[in-house]
Design a binder for this molecule. Structure first.
Ligand SMILES: *[C@@H]1O[C@H](CO)[C@@H](O)[C@H](O)[C@H]1NC(C)=O
Ligand SMILES: *[C@@H]1O[C@H](CO)[C@@H](O)[C@H](O)[C@H]1NC(C)=O
Length: 389
């Protein structure tokens, strides 16, 4: 006989009802509160999820690739697109890619209207094409619209000065990130036909252009196996050799017909295979109606990723036939899945802030957590001097 029963027995003699009902109430409350807790954590929702591997289907069904091919060729497919980016560009940097050298690498930075300082820091660091003279690099910043006319005037001035703002007339809000991303894809497709690679990034990232070019050269082998000796050279010598390295990096990008030719569909960054968030308090909560499966398709985190021209075209026109989804990284993953583009994983794209050290950043391609403009400048300058940026 258990101790508990013994106690009950003894107590029962004294006062039967209260102890029974008290136990009942305690049990009931425990059950209710844990049910509420588990339900908020989305545990029950998980039971109702469909199996991603066997049941996956997402509109539009069918083979989209022939339709997308027609769109790329400028034809009108028989099946009408279900998701067209309709917004007007208020600022569209018309000549960004046609003027001077036609760039080979383009940075498209998702920015928020009020982040003037962050944009300035990016212009002075990794977004500055002058640091890679001869490589042909350009950067633009993607914005939506806000409700503050004063901020808009500042944005107008900024664009007059720098000519690098691409602004479309949807409301600027993180929940509209997919619209912002599509606005960038559309812009790059239409205005930068010579660009071989486009890097999409947030405005709080550290990026090493040099490492990015090294990565593009051979994405499946990064960082390259033979570790480069870290020589401390005199600054002049270093400067000269950096220019040479930059030159040779893009030459190899252009010449490389091995791993990456014109048709290569590169879509690379930090790749996740993870389940949707079902706890209702999460910023990333998603309901079963929106997405019923127990896993996301493999997706590249949106902080920074690179796409080749061929992948850019497929993802952009593929978006015409993919039902809108409000997380931009998931939306692209859905399109990629339909277009049969497999995301390439590289752990040197840090979606969190990698703890800084001069040598620790030698192979870093991108790191999140640089919303502080001064910190970005400091870190980038140091990495640049060390020959890693
Ligand atoms: C495009 O915009 C028009 C109105 O301007 C709207 O009726 C239509 O539904 C939009 N198309 C798509 C596919 O979003
Ligand atoms: C997204 O943009 C559209 C168009 O400007 C707007 O109607 C909508 O409210 C925006 N959504 C959010 C969550 O801000």
């Amino acid at each position: 006989m258990s101790l508990w029963r013994k106690i009950c027995r003894v107590k029962r003699k004294v006062n039967v009802l209260p102890i029974k009902s008290l136990t009942f109430i305690v049990v009931l409350l425990t059950v209710i509160s844990s049910t509420v807790f588990l339900s908020q954590m989305g545990v029950f929702t998980h039971f109702l999820e469909k199996d991603y591997y066997t049941e996956f289907s997402y509109p539009l069904e069918g083979d989209l690739q022939p339709l997308v091919k027609e769109l790329i060729l400028g034809k009108k497919p028989l099946i009408k697109p279900i998701n067209v980016f309709n917004y007007t560009y208020l600022k569209s940097c018309m000549d960004k890619c046609s003027s001077n050298s036609s760039p080979k690498l383009l940075f498209v930075v998702k920015s928020a209207i009020q982040h003037f300082e962050q944009r300035q820091a990016i212009r002075q660091t990794w977004g500055n094409q002058l640091h890679f003279l001869g490589v042909g690099i350009q950067s633009v910043f993607l914005l939506g619209t806000g409700s503050n006319p004063e901020l808009q005037i500042k944005v107008d001035d900024e664009d007059m000065l720098h000519g690098d703002i691409v602004q479309a007339d949807f409301h600027d809000d993180y929940r509209n990130n997919t619209l912002k991303t599509i606005s960038g894809f559309k812009w790059a497709v239409e205005h930068c036909p010579t660009v071989r690679f486009v890097v999409f990034s947030d405005d709080d990232m550290y990026i090493s252009t040099k490492n990015l070019l090294r990565f593009i050269r051979d994405p499946s082998n990064y960082p390259p196996q033979e570790s480069q000796p870290l020589l401390v050279r005199d600054p002049e010598h270093r400067d000269r050799s950096l220019k040479q390295e930059a030159g040779s990096a893009i030459e190899e990008v252009e010449d490389d017909v091995g791993n990456l030719n014109e048709e290569s569909k590169l879509y690379a960054g930090y790749v996740f295979h993870s389940p949707p968030q079902r706890h209702t308090s999460s910023k990333w909560y998603v309901s079963l109606t929106e997405y019923p499966y127990h896993l996301w398709p493999p997706y590249v985190t949106a902080g920074a990723y690179v796409v080749s021209r061929a992948a850019l075209l497929d993802l952009y026109y593929g978006s015409y036939y993919t039902k809108y989804f409000h997380f931009d990284d998931i939306f692209l993953a859905l399109v990629a899945l339909k277009m049969n583009i497999e995301p390439v994983h590289c752990s040197e794209f840090y979606f969190w802030k990698k703890k800084y050290s001069m040598l620790g950043y030698r192979d870093v391609i991108a790191s999140h957590g640089y919303g502080n403009p001064d910190e970005l400048r400091t870190v980038w300058n140091e990495q640049k001097s060390a020959g890693h940026a």
